[in-house]
Write a protein that binds this ligand. Sequence first.
Ligand code: K1U
Ligand code: ZN
Length: 170
Amino acid sequence: MALLPILKYPDPRLHTRAVPVQSVDHRIQTLVSDMLQTMYEASGIGLAATQVDVHECVIVMDTSESRDQPVVLINPEITERSEEIVLGEEGCLSVPAVYDKVERHARITVRALNRDGQPFELEAEGMPAVCVQHEMDHLRGKVFVEYLSPLKRDRIRTKMLKRSREEQRR
Ligand code: K1U
Ligand code: ZN
């Protein structure tokens, strides 16, 4: 297993659209293991392959309190969405220390392949539903700050660029 570097906003590679996985082979299984290790190490509840600069449709998640219930979604597709919308606080490992409210469908049904390449369906609500929608946005090249006002987004962009320049000087 390996820890993978996480791209930080406003890195333009975060806007790359991921392509479907052709075959759930050893390369993808290694990517899944590395992404899980990276997500746990960063104390995240989800991670999309886009964030580690791999532009294929792979998501890992663990929204359990015990942090021992990993979920792997390969080539996920949302097949049902509730009409009900919820407004909840989100964060992102690619935009550290920034949290803001985003509207999401309250309940969704997702179809995907697991890490063995087997199809399965997941019905999610609450934090798992929010997390799946956030991670699927990453696969489409969308970062949650793009739901915020242009003013907020510009402030976040400036703060992130300043922080990255400071980190480079260290
Ligand atoms: O995709 C990512 O960058 C991971 C992200 C997932 C996520 C968190 C919150 C709402 C939607 C999606 C994170 O894990 S951010 C860190 C975190 O654990 C967290 C932040 C805010 C609320 C709950 C958890
Ligand atoms: Zn994110």
